[in-house]
Design a protein. Structure first.
Length: 344
């Protein structure tokens, strides 16, 4: 770490991605520049970051139409740490305060660094009684689930929700947020996840590796959050929705189409593909079809903090790695879908 004349950090250790590839391309550099803060930004001294599937996908080239011009870039969305400095207009946080939060999916300077920069609305006070490691595993996944459930489907007490892939971080957050909102939740997951998801309040957990989902899942639903989003889960989910229900997939095609055809063609094409599906499913099934993307939401992050403090929203952390072993951490995440974190 280097400190400038006014006591402000000007460079620090960071894990950079110089080119797309396997875990071996990640490089820990000792002196990466820390840019000046814009008025609404916050410099956070990193204590823990988590590895999301987006990190490993970005590393492999997903989103290259957006990210390639910005190489070398820093991966990482989630963070838990302490406020080191504040931009001129930040009012809700103070230096030294413990915070957690997540960057927008398209941010170029990620959190795999000793110091990260997030905007004020991407951060909230760290939940009391939760470690930095535990806290860093929560925001990106929980905000993604929050956006679908609260922003799109506007779930309310008594509604029935199906979470496809409840064993993953977003699915597990979705189950806990829905249960806290008084909804009845059914989920699909692997056999090793069943006990954890039932303990979190899911009323039915169907093993996708052993059971026939179409005969095992009971009743109709007001909303489906499909974290897997392949054509099979989409088809099954849509048939389980009540008329007027919401189908939300996390596998929106905007980035993939932009990567394939370039931003200028890919993004309008994605809008057209989405619109076509929306019209098609409204006509054939009377349901609303959505691509769900994570967005910063300070109100949502505050509620996530409250639920986490109340013990109603937890994320299991199976393994932690020091920043020097970030390649190993990515290898582990690539091999098995470990909701793991990397301590800094
Ligand atoms: N659109 C967005 O903004 C956004 C945001 C966040 C994530 N995502 C995407 O959403 C997906 C999930 O993210 P995550 O963070 O929750 O991932 P994760 O924590 O790595 O979870 C993956 C889990 O998916 C489960 N799974 C795999 N195949 C399944 C199937 N056929 N049916 C049911 N469950 C299955 C496995 O659960 P078991 O252990 O129970 O087998 C696995 O643990 C990723 O593809 C990610 O890139 C998108």
């Amino acid at each position: 770490m280097a400190v400038g004349l006014r006591g402000i950090v000007t460079s620090c250790r960071a894990v950079v991605l110089p080119r797309f590839g396997g875990p071996e391309v990640l490089e820990l550099l000792p002196n990466v520049e820390v840019p000046d803060l814009k008025p609404s930004e916050v410099l956070v001294r990193t204590r823990a970051v988590s590895i999301n599937p987006l990190d490993t996908r970005m590393r492999s080239g997903y989103g290259r139409s957006i990210f390639e011009p910005h190489l070398p870039l820093i991966l990482g969305r989630d963070i838990s740490g302490e406020v080191a400095a504040l931009g001129a207009s930040v009012r809700s946080l103070s230096v030294g305060q413990e915070v957690f939060g997540a960057l927008h999916p398209t941010a170029i300077r990620g959190t795999y660094a000793d110091y990260a920069i997030l905007s004020e609305d991407e951060l909230a006070p760290k939940p009391v009684g939760v470690t930095h490691v535990e806290a860093s595993a929560i925001p990106f996944a929980a905000l993604t689930a929050w956006r679908g459930l609260k922003g799109t489907a506007r779930i309310s007490e008594g509604q029935r929700l199906l979470v496809v892939g409840g064993g993953g971080a977003v699915g597990f957050a979705a189950i806990q947020l829905s249960v806290a909102a008084g909804c009845h939740v059914t989920t699909t997951c692997g056999s090793q996840s069943i006990g954890r998801l039932l303990a979190a309040g899911a009323e039915q957990a169907v093993d996708y590796t052993a059971e026939d989902l179409e005969s095992a899942i009971k009743g109709k639903f007001d909303a489906v959050l499909d974290t897997i989003g392949v054509s099979e889960t989409e088809r099954i989910s849509i048939n389980f929705l009540k008329r007027g229900g919401h189908y939300m997939t996390l596998q929106g095609e905007a980035a993939a189409l932009a990567d394939r055809y370039g931003l200028a063609v890919g993004l309008p094409l994605a809008t057209a593909v989405l619109l076509k599906k929306q019209i098609q499913y409204r006509y054939s099934h009377g349901i609303e079809y959505w691509w769900t993307y994570m967005r910063a939401d300070s109100e949502g992050l505050d509620e996530i903090r409250r639920l986490s403090e109340a013990g109603k929203l937890k994320m299991p952390v199976e393994k932690t790695f020091p920043i020097t072993q970030v390649g190993e951490a990515h290898k582990a995440k690539d091999k098995r879908h470990i909701p793991g974190t990397k301590e800094v």
